[in-house]
Write a protein that binds this ligand. Structure first.
Ligand SMILES: NC(=O)c1ccc[n+]([C@@H]2O[C@H](COP(=O)([O-])OP(=O)(O)OC[C@H]3O[C@@H](n4cnc5c(N)ncnc54)[C@H](OP(=O)(O)O)[C@@H]3O)[C@@H](O)[C@H]2O)c1
Length: 253
């Protein structure tokens, strides 16, 4: 069982939704927290309600698509906490688009954050963790990674890329004693899903999502997928023939 107490934990996308709730819950585990997002002021405001519980919290403005900001952020965390034990790479965006008005620049934005944001952290974190022969990388992907969902194809494609990449990383980093955990949530009630105007089966609260992720980290899982019903549904959708997938996917949009 992995002990979180006194560990230094970095979280990207900590200004909102799953990242913010993870920060709140991890504060009660007596961790040192480095909370990153572009909206640093929002994090500062939010941490007021729980900062007294954490050992120490630092907030850092960081756009994950900018490698220089990623390097600076990691330097700041190292100078404050000495090292990073767990990096929760959670920043992500979804930009649903109507196909008749499709803009590739929005798809690029999605890939820049969901895929290249991950690559940027890996570039900077791995040499550090490999030198220490210690560390955990938690990459937040999605159960939407298994098939191409209509109106949000670039998002599904970006999460497929993230999941596949995290898998290769998990195997490659074993010899450096760096663990890689892939997180695949189903629908979670957050500002990201608040804007969806379609039916979201088995939608769960952000508290439940954060609890499940933290439990999975403690249990040293390599894959944390939830809720159970959606993960079964995603498995089913992955293996059904196209005509069944097309029928089901169409009825949800
Ligand atoms: N909610 C769901 O149903 C669901 C399901 C499956 C997977 N996920 C995944 O879970 C993760 C968190 O999603 P959420 O639902 O919590 O969404 P959210 O509430 O919209 O939060 C997204 C976070 O990502 C950060 N972010 C966005 N662009 C960024 C950038 N360029 N640089 C740094 N940070 C950036 C945002 O912070 P700033 O805007 O302040 O930078 C924010 O803190 C995402 O990877 C998402 O794809 C969510």
């Amino acid at each position: 069982m992995y002990k979180l107490k006194n560990k230094s934990i970095l979280i990207t996308g900590a200004s909102s939704g799953i990242g913010l709730e993870l920060a709140r819950r991890l504060a009660f585990e007596n961790c040192n927290l480095a909370l990153l997002a572009r909206r640093k002021k929002v994090i500062e405001q939010e941490v007021r309600s729980f900062e007294k519980f954490a050992t120490e919290i630092i907030t850092i403005k960081c756009d994950v698509t900018k490698i220089d900001e990623v390097k600076d952020a990691i330097e700041e965390v190292k100078s404050k906490f000495g090292k990073i034990d767990v990096a929760i790479l959670n920043s992500g965006i979804s930009i649903p688009q109507n196909i008749t008005n499709f803009k590739s620049r929005y798809a690029k934005e999605v890939f820049d954050v969901n895929v290249f944001g991950l690559f940027n952290f890996v570039e900077v974190l791995i040499p550090e963790m490999a030198a220490n022969k210690d560390g955990i990388i938690v990459g937040v992907s999605s159960l939407a990674d298994g098939r191409g969902f209509p109106q949000n194809g670039p998002y599904s494609a970006s999460k497929a890329a993230a999941s596949i990449y995290l898998e290769s990383l998990r195997v490659e980093l074993k010899k450096y004693n760096i663990k890689v955990i892939t997180v695949k949530p189903g629908f979670v009630r957050t500002p990201m899903t608040d804007k969806n105007n379609f039916r979201m089966p088995f939608l769960i609260d952000v508290e439940q999502a954060a609890d499940t992720i933290i439990k999975g980290i403690k249990n040293e899982k390599t894959l944390i997928q939830f809720p159970f019903s959606t993960s079964i549904g995603a498995k089913f959708l992955k293996i059904v023939p196209n005509f069944i997938f097309d029928f089901i996917a169409k009825s949800y949009r």
